[in-house]
Design a protein around this ligand. Structure first.
Ligand code: ATP
Ligand code: MG
Length: 753
């Protein structure tokens, strides 16, 4: 991977280079007080990811120092999450409670060094004595206790001789420190509670600041990564480890920004509220941002890890858009799952001139997905189509079935509507249609033009299924609480119909064509009631809504960046110079030139690529489209390719080593893996085939398979030429050189028999 190193990786790399540590050991240290969420996935992918990358190890440590909120159930959920995301922890799961005895000894050592004391102020007094950001704190009078008295009291605290809150153990640091955290921080508190692992053995529990650094040290952790809110705790972390005179090497703490996502809540406390209050159906309710929910909904672990990598590691907090997560899911599923048909809102169609039954071969994957497989689609006189795919009074631009407009049944025939049958209330109950026998997909010679293809299922062989359609759990970007819940976040459809291959398949994830990606509900699915969860839609419907909002009058004011009252913002002087250079000197078309000139990052990228390979129009094209999209999504810092890689890609197109279609596929791969385009082409065997002797057999095959069309072409239907070329390209997996294919098809078709 050539992804730019983030600052954490740079630190690790440098430490290894300087020999500070022999081996990297990180840890993921959750508190088992709730189910892990997508924020934890980020921390997991950083800690486990870095360890893996540098040949080290990562511990999974339950930070179980608060007996009141923790539970074994959460431990299991955390283990599940790490495993599901594809990571392996070092040895056994570790627990801070394993170290309670050692920590107790370290505390006594600090007391003996006169660096810790038992304080007997109450909670309010402790707060008051701490001072504020603008005023110094004041040390407690108990800080003068002798070592013996402190040891004695500390032991009695441990034995449970005092009530909760009666005493605490504190570090003696500095009540005037500008860092409030350093004003004699608490090290231990009394909690006479049952602990899920140590049971009743302890009546005192170490505070995070004391337990964490020492647990890290005990485990031999080298790099202790945590989120930004612990920045001020770092000084305590260092103080404790340094003052205890420990054998080196010791760990160091580094902070990174928490992941926040809009339209959801992410703290375990808020999630617990939703679960306990019955607002959702348990911790794995598919609408929650927990890992268990993602798993149940059908998200893939790869897409979560990809997402965590794509958002990068930064030092400043920010909010990531939910659609970016959804993009990662879609992006992953697109290349993996079979396409099948499911009619969500069925209406019966009777094809009056069709008799009998046939099975139609239909591929599971579109041509641009490099996977194989097909199924037989039953077809008969009676089918279901979606109610939305028929309109008696079609709005302008409606391309589907109407009383006056035929439509193609995907993979099958073209049908036209003959009549509509209504029930007593006047609702459409059934459509009577006719089909065109010579319009079968793949060998259509009917000459009928349709504007779209719709999905359908054969009535008798199809199977009724339940669909659970999820939307965002909250209706606003930054939800405060349950008052912002989206009332429509779950819709249940009881009466959808799928083609039989879905039920008989071993696959668990599908794309229901035109409807979205779906997952076999792992808990509730049964033969009598097959249930599917909607994983994600095919397109980002929220973006459309947002765009709509933007272009409507309501928010026109916020949309002043590029447009001012419908007029295009004039170019600045600098931009104008660039624009002139691009249009006049480099002969780019003005649209491309405009895009490049207005975006400084793009322009720089373009100029750099141009230095590598001097083919301005081709480079400009890909930079102003594909690169611009990536740049917008990820930012310049996180692009996984460089200008020279794009130059290489264009060079391959120019030399006709790959087609422009394949180039797009290579580009997607570059975005994902950061690999060199030439390596990708080699690895995936995408080299364009221009050798006629390799293409001829494919042309022959296509002609042999379509004798009727060949005959029609030869007897004058020249429009079919494109059909043959398309079939050959498809059969070659998009690798055949279109120019050569054109020539060969032409030759073959025009041979006089
Ligand atoms: P929450 O506030 O959701 O309860 P937490 O920080 O209390 O989270 P822990 O169980 O203590 O949860 O966290 C375990 C690890 O995961 C910590 O290192 C923490 O910094 C990290 N982590 C928690 N939330 C996020 C997040 N949103 N983004 C990145 N890392 C996170
Ligand atoms: Mg917490």
């Amino acid at each position: 991977m050539k992804v730019k190193r983030d600052f954490l990786r740079k630190i690790v790399e440098e430490d290894l280079r300087l020999g500070k540590y022999k081996k990297v050991i990180t840890r993921f240290p959750p508190e088992p007080n709730g189910f892990p969420h997508i924020g934890h996935a980020k921390s997991i992918s950083i800690n486990f990811g870095i360890a893996k990358e540098f040949g080290g190890l990562c511990n999974l440590r339950m930070d179980d120092t608060n007996p009141t909120t923790e539970d074994i159930r959460y431990v299991e959920a955390l283990k599940d999450a790490v495993k599901w995301l594809g990571f392996e922890w070092n040895g056994d799961v570790k627990y801070t409670s394993d170290y309670f005895a050692q920590l107790y000894e370290y505390a006594k050592k600090l007391i003996k060094m006169k660096k810790a004391y038992v304080d007997s102020l109450n909670e309010d007094e402790i707060k008051e004595y701490r001072g504020s950001v603008t005023t110094h704190g004041k040390r407690s009078k108990y800080a003068n206790r002798s070592v013996e008295e402190n040891l004695y009291l500390f032991e009695k605290m441990k034995e449970g001789k005092f009530r909760d809150g009666e005493h605490v153990l504190r570090a003696k640091i500095d009540m005037t420190s500008p860092n409030m955290k350093m004003r004699d921080p608490l090290l231990y508190r009394i909690r006479r509670k049952y602990h899920f692992r140590t049971k009743d053995s302890w009546n005192i529990y170490p505070m995070y600041d004391f337990a964490h650094c020492l647990s890290d040290y005990i485990e031999g952790i080298t790099h202790s990564f945590c989120t930004l809110e612990f920045e001020n705790n770092r000084e305590i972390y260092d103080w404790i480890l340094d003052n205890l005179d420990l054998k080196s090497p010791r760990p160091y703490q580094y902070e990174f920004a928490r992941l926040n996502i809009n339209y959801t809540v992410m703290s375990k406390r808020k999630l617990l509220e939703l679960v306990k209050g019955g607002y959702v159906d348990g911790w794995d309710d598919p609408r929650l941002p927990t890992i268990a929910a993602f798993k149940r909904r059908g998200y893939t672990p790869e897409s979560i890890v990809n997402f965590c990598e794509s958002i990068g590691v930064a030092k400043a907090n920010s909010v990531v858009d939910m659609s970016q997560l959804e993009f990662s899911i879609r992006d992953d599923l697109n290349l993996k799952v079979p396409r099948v048909m499911c009619v969500v809102n069925p209406i019966k169609v009777t094809i009056e001139n069709y008799d009998g039954f046939e099975e139609i071969d239909a591929p599971f994957f579109p041509p641009d997905v490099p996977k194989e497989g097909s199924r037989k689609l039953p077809f008969s006189k009676e089918i279901y189509i979606d109610r939305d795919d028929f309109s008696e009074n079609p709005p302008k631009g409606y391309f589907r079935l109407t009383p006056f407009q035929p439509v193609r049944l995907k993979y099958a025939y073209i049908i036209s509507c003959q009549k509509v049958i209504r029930d007593a209330q006047g609702n459409i109950k059934e459509i009577v249609a006719r089909y065109y026998p010579d319009s079968k997909s793949g060998s259509d010679t009917s000459g009928i033009r349709v504007k779209s293809a719709i999905h359908w299922v054969e009535l008798k062989s199809s199977k009724r299924v339940e669909l659970r359609i999820y939307d965002r759990l909250f209706k606003c970007e930054n939800p405060k609480g349950v008052e912002d819940l989206n009332p429509n976040s779950l819709k249940i459809i009881k009466n959808a119909f799928v083609e039989p291959s879905v039920i008989n398949s071993n696959e668990v994830r599908f794309q229901f064509e035109r409807e979205g990606y779906f997952y076999k509900e792992p808990v509730d699915y049964c033969e009598a009631n097959p249930v599917f969860n909607k994983i994600v839609s095919l397109k980002d419907s929220w973006a459309k809504k947002a765009e709509f909002r933007q272009s409507s009058n309501i928010s026109k004011k916020t949309n002043t960046k590029e447009q001012i009252d419908g007029e295009v913002k004039p170019l600045t002087k600098e931009e104008q110079l660039l624009f002139d250079r691009y249009t006049q000197e480099l002969k780019l078309n003005s649209e491309v030139a405009n895009t490049l000139a207005r975006d400084k990052n793009l322009a720089i990228f373009f100029e750099e690529a141009l230095k590598e390979f001097d083919l301005a129009p081709a480079i400009a094209n890909i930079v102003s489209n594909e690169v611009a999209r990536e740049l917008k999504q990820k930012g310049a810092e996180r692009l996984s390719f460089e200008p020279k890689d794009i130059a290489k890609l264009v060079k391959m197109i120019d030399k006709e080593l790959i087609s422009t279609k394949i180039a797009k596929q290579v580009f997607e791969e570059m975005c994902k893996s950061g690999d060199d385009p030439e390596d990708i082409v080699k690895r995936k065997d995408l080299m364009q085939i221009s050798e006629p002797t390799l293409i001829l057999p494919i042309v022959d095959e296509v002609l042999a398979n379509n004798p009727i069309n060949v005959e029609k072409y030869r007897s004058g239907n020249k429009k079919l030429f494109g059909f043959f070329v398309g079939q050959v390209l498809k059969l070659s997996g998009g690798k055949a050189n279109p120019k050569v294919v054109n020539e060969l098809v032409e030759q073959k078709l025009n041979i006089k028999l």
